[in-house]
Design a protein around this ligand. Structure first.
Ligand SMILES: [Zn+2]
Length: 448
């Protein structure tokens, strides 16, 4: 059967002018809804002198005050359990989720209603259909169905498309590998880290996923690594499948961006349902195409928790839709989400971002697992060590590999010296959901 390449053929190919008109209408409605029903937004709009009726042209968007995670957190602690952000009675909620709390942040509690969940699934349909999932597909969800909202929405999206869904649930990695092979699974949804883990497990079981499984698509989410070229290359070879990156966040309940099946090296923004701005993270001023900045998201689809101009701290570079030849008119984030501004570590005056380190580490495919370990020598000097485990049988490459890696890391970090340490196999932690590969073991005491 021949299908359209687009989930929503009309909206995904709207001329930009029409798209912006549509966005302005939706923005006006969402701002009015938030102002009338969410005490959080009514308060913040009033403080900024903003009223939804002021939204007459595109530039009026900037009259809306930014919303920060800190504001949200204080609203939750002042008005437990969910803060005063919800725009309708909490009894209208049907589901509770929690942000993952990576980078040591306190998790945020979120609630969603029935309409929200319809929309959450619909957003995933844009992404998974756009990457080629069709009703004939058999989709395996390699996650535990816990507080992490990510793949819940993808699960509903796949059902909506009409694909056969297999919920992995709480099973061992070994059982999951067997199911993927035995059930003729064609598409696997997982984090990039766990897709690597599944493949390692399969190898140990004597299974070659590229040959023994029918998987031809991996849908990745939950970590920025889905757009790191070296990770993607390794996964595509190991699985004999195409890897598509997606990114979402619990704060908006679903994905905002996805990679289409043209694999243009970036992720399309679902612009008929979101406004994605990119700003200078210090000044708050907008930055242009091609410049690194912080993404700020406004969602149109979620009613219970309105999210307007939310500062995500995600690092992105926006490029025009014409960068991709698929016909979609949604702009892209080149390289997906490039990490977080608040993940930055300062080592002897040099900025180090974990994702940039991961990009270099993963270029060496003899490396099985790694950890970025930051520590203080003699209570004075900060050091950064990359702890590395090699794949079985690759030990002979260590000397050359460790020297090359130290050189590459140093060159890309203003000459900063990285220590590289070989670990015994199986010593470093393995992850199913969001990997935590950075350990900052420096003392936290501050003397003023
Ligand atoms: Zn495209």
């Amino acid at each position: 059967m021949t299908y359209s390449p687009y989930w929503n053929p009309k909206n995904e190919t709207l001329p930009r002018e029409d798209l912006q008109r549509l966005q302005l209408i939706k923005l006006g409605r969402m701002a009015a809804w938030a102002n009338a029903n969410s005490p959080f937004h009514a308060r913040s709009f009033a403080a900024a002198g903003f009223h939804p009726e002021q939204l007459k042209s595109w530039d009026d968007l900037r009259r809306i005050p930014f919303m920060t995670r800190e504001d949200w957190m204080s609203s939750i602690s002042e008005h437990p359990l969910f803060g005063d952000l919800p725009a309708t009675d909490e009894t209208n909620a049907i589901r509770y989720h929690l942000t993952s709390g990576t980078s040591g942040r306190t998790p945020i509690r979120v609630l969603d209603g029935t309409k929200d969940w319809d929309w959450i699934g619909e957003m995933w349909c844009y992404g998974i259909w756009g990457f080629g999932v069709r009703p004939e597909d058999i989709v395996y969800f390699a996650f535990g169905y816990g507080h992490f909202i990510g793949f819940w929405g993808a699960h509903y999206g796949c059902e909506k498309i009409g694909a056969l869904v297999i919920p992995g649930g709480a099973q061992t990695t070994e059982t999951r590998v067997r199911q993927i092979v035995d059930m003729g699974v064609t598409t696997v949804c997982s984090t990039p880290t766990y897709a690597l883990r599944l493949w390692q497990q399969a190898t140990e079981m004597g299974i070659n996923l590229a040959v023994d499984s029918k998987v031809d698509k991996l849908i990745l989410s939950g970590e920025p690594a889905g757009s790191i070229p070296a990770v993607k290359r390794q996964l595509e070879e190991a699985w004999g499948a195409k890897c598509g990156d997606t990114a979402g966040m619990t704060e908006v309940g679903t994905i905002m961006i996805f990679e289409c099946d043209h694999q243009p090296g970036g992720t399309h923004i679902i612009e008929d349902h979101f406004i994605e701005e990119v700003i200078n993270t210090e000044s708050g001023e907008p930055v242009g195409y091609g410049e690194l900045g912080e993404r700020v998201v406004t969602s149109f689809g979620r009613g219970l928790i309105p999210v307007l101009r939310y500062r995500t701290k995600d690092m992105v570079v926006k490029v025009p839709y014409s960068t991709c030849g698929c016909g979609r008119t949604g702009d892209l984030y080149e390289g997906g989400i490039r990490g977080r501004w608040d993940d930055m570590k300062l080592i002897r005056g040099t900025n180090v971002y974990p994702r940039a380190v991961e990009s270099l580490v993963r270029e060496h495919d003899a490396i099985d697992e790694f950890q970025i370990y930051i520590w203080r020598r003699d209570n004075i000097r900060d050091e950064i060590t990359i702890k590395v485990e090699l794949k079985p049988g690759r030990e002979a490459e260590w000397t050359e590999l460790s020297q090359a890696l130290a050189r590459e890391l140093s060159q890309s970090h203003e000459g900063l010296h990285f220590l590289i340490e070989l670990m015994e196999p199986g010593v470093l932690p393995r992850f199913e959901l969001k990997a935590r590969r950075l350990v900052d073991a420096r003392p936290t005491a501050v003397y003023e």
